[in-house]
Design a protein around this ligand. Structure first.
Ligand SMILES: [Zn+2]
Length: 390
C-alpha cells in the first residue's frame, strides 16, 4: 500500500500529507463519510507514514510499504498502532486455566481473530462483533494505559477508533478525558459513517475531515488494475451494484473470481431480485409471492437481502431511464434491456421517487436489525401499490 493505492480522496490525502510535512498534524481527527469509501485505509496509511523506517521523499513523504514497521501495521501487530472497534465484553476477560469459562473466552478470541483476518483481506470492511454492545470502557481504559508509554522505535502512536458513535457512555467519558489532554506522542483518528451520532463533546475535540463517496470512474480505474482478471461485464456490474462502496466491490470481485463471471453471486442475487419483483407484480401469483418473500427473509443473510434490494433500486433506475428516453443505452443492467422495456410498457407511470424511497427505507430497516419477514412483507405491499399495471 501507499498513498497511490488508495482509491480516490485526493484532497483528504493532500491535507494530511501537508500537515505531516509541516509538522502540523492535529491531535485528533474525525474521518467521516459514507460506508465503504476507504476512510480507514487512509488512517492506516497515515499510521505507516508516521512509523515507517524508510520514508520515501518524492515531493511529499510516503511510507515505503516494505519495511518491518510497515509490514507490522499491515498485520495489525505494530505496538504503536491500536485499532479499536465494538467487541464482546467476554473478549476482555482474563482467562484462568482452572475454569470452564476459558472455552467461552477462547471462542470469543477466535471470533475476534476472524474479523481481523477478514479486515486484512478486505481493508474496506468495518468490523464489529455480532454480540457486542458497543465500544467498551475497558477498551478505552487499555488505550489510556497505552497512551502513558512512549512510542517504540521513535515513531508515533496512532489510535484508530472505528465507529465512535458506538462508544458506551462511560467509555465515551474516558475517551473525552484523553482527548482533552492528549499526550504529545499520540494521534487519535476516529472513523465514522454516522458523524451525527458521535457525541458533540467528542466531535468538538477532533479536527473534522470529510470523505465523499468514491466516484464510479475512480472505482472503475481501480478495478481494472487491481482486479484485472474480471471481464468488462462483471466490472461494470460491480461498479453499479456497489454504489461507491469499496467493501461491497471487494466481496463481489472475490466471488466473481471464484466462480467465473457467469455464475457469480452478485448476478445471481440480481436475477433473484428481478424474479421476485416479477412474481410480486403478477396477478394471480399471490401465494408464490408470499412464499418467495418468506424464503428470502428466512434463507438469506442481512447483507444478501440488502444486496437484493440494492439490485432492485438499480433495476428501477433502468426502468426510469428507458421511460424518459427509450434509446437510453447506459443501463445498470445492460443484459436486461428486454425485461426493462417490458416493465416500461406494462406499468404506465409509476412514482419512481416513492419507489426508491420505499426501497431505501427497507434497506435501512434491514440494516438496523428490523425483522426481515415483517419488513419485506410491508415492502411487498408498498411495491404492489406503487406499481400498477396499465
Ligand atoms: Zn516502511
Amino acid at each position: 500500500m501507499s498513498w497511490d493505492s488508495i482509491v480516490g480522496h485526493g484532497l483528504q490525502i493532500r491535507i494530511l500529507r501537508t500537515a505531516v510535512s509541516a509538522g502540523r498534524l492535529a491531535h485528533a481527527y474525525l474521518f467521516s463519510g459514507p460506508e465503504g469509501t476507504g476512510k480507514e485505509t487512509v488512517a492506516f496509511e497515515l499510521a505507516k507514514l508516521l512509523n515507517c523506517r524508510q520514508v520515501v521523499n518524492a515531493g511529499f513523504s510516503e511510507a515505503c510499504g516494505r519495511c518491518e514497521s510497515c509490514r507490522m501495521i499491515d498485520d495489525f501487530m505494530h505496538p504503536n498502532v491500536e485499532y479499536v472497534f465494538p467487541v464482546e465484553s467476554v473478549l476482555l476477560e482474563q482467562s484462568d486455566p482452572s475454569k470452564a469459562e476459558n472455552k467461552r473466552i477462547a471462542e470469543a478470541r477466535d471470533r475476534y481473530e476472524a474479523l481481523i483476518e477478514k479486515k486484512k483481506r478486505n481493508p474496506y470492511f468495518t468490523p464489529a462483533m455480532d454480540r457486542s454492545m458497543g465500544i467498551l470502557t475497558d477498551q478505552v481504559a487499555a488505550l489510556q494505559q497505552k497512551a502513558s508509554f512512549m512510542p517504540s522505535e521513535g515513531g508515533k502512536k496512532i489510535f484508530i477508533i472505528s465507529q465512535p458513535e458506538k462508544l458506551l457512555a462511560a467509555a465515551a467519558n474516558k475517551l473525552l478525558k484523553l482527548l482533552e489532554e492528549p499526550p504529545e506522542h499520540v494521534l487519535f483518528v476516529l472513523v465514522t459513517s454516522r458523524p451525527e451520532s458521535v457525541l458533540p463533546t467528542i466531535r468538538s475535540r477532533c479536527q473534522a475531515l470529510k470523505f465523499s463517496r468514491v466516484r464510479p470512474a475512480d472505482m472503475e480505474r481501480w478495478l481494472s488494475s487491481a482486479k484485472a482478471e474480471l471481464s468488462e461485464e462483471a466490472r461494470r456490474f460491480i461498479v453499479n451494484f456497489s454504489r461507491g462502496n469499496l467493501g461491497t466491490a471487494v466481496e463481489l470481485a472475490a466471488t466473481a473470481g471464484e466462480s467465473g463471471d457467469d455464475a457469480f453471486e452478485g448476478l445471481a442475487i440480481r436475477n433473484r431480485a428481478v424474479e421476485f419483483l416479477r412474481t410480486v407484480l403478477s396477478p394471480g401469483r399471490l401465494d408464490e409471492a408470499v412464499s418467495e418473500t418468506e424464503n428470502i427473509a428466512k434463507n438469506l443473510g442481512r447483507q444478501e437481502i440488502v444486496s437484493l434490494l440494492g439490485a432492485l433500486l438499480l433495476f428501477f433506475q433502468d426502468i426510469n431511464h428507458r421511460k424518459i428516453d427509450p434509446s437510453w443505452r447506459a443501463l445498470n443492467n445492460p443484459d436486461l434491456v428486454e425485461p426493462v422495456d417490458r416493465f416500461v410498457r406494462n406499468f404506465g407511470d409509476p412514482d419512481f421517487l416513492a419507489l426508491s424511497i420505499a426501497t431505501e427505507e427497507t434497506i435501512r430497516a434491514i440494516q438496523r436489525n428490523g425483522n426481515p419477514l415483517l419488513t419485506l412483507g410491508a415492502f411487498t405491499i408498498r411495491l404492489k401499490r406503487l406499481l400498477r399495471r396499465v
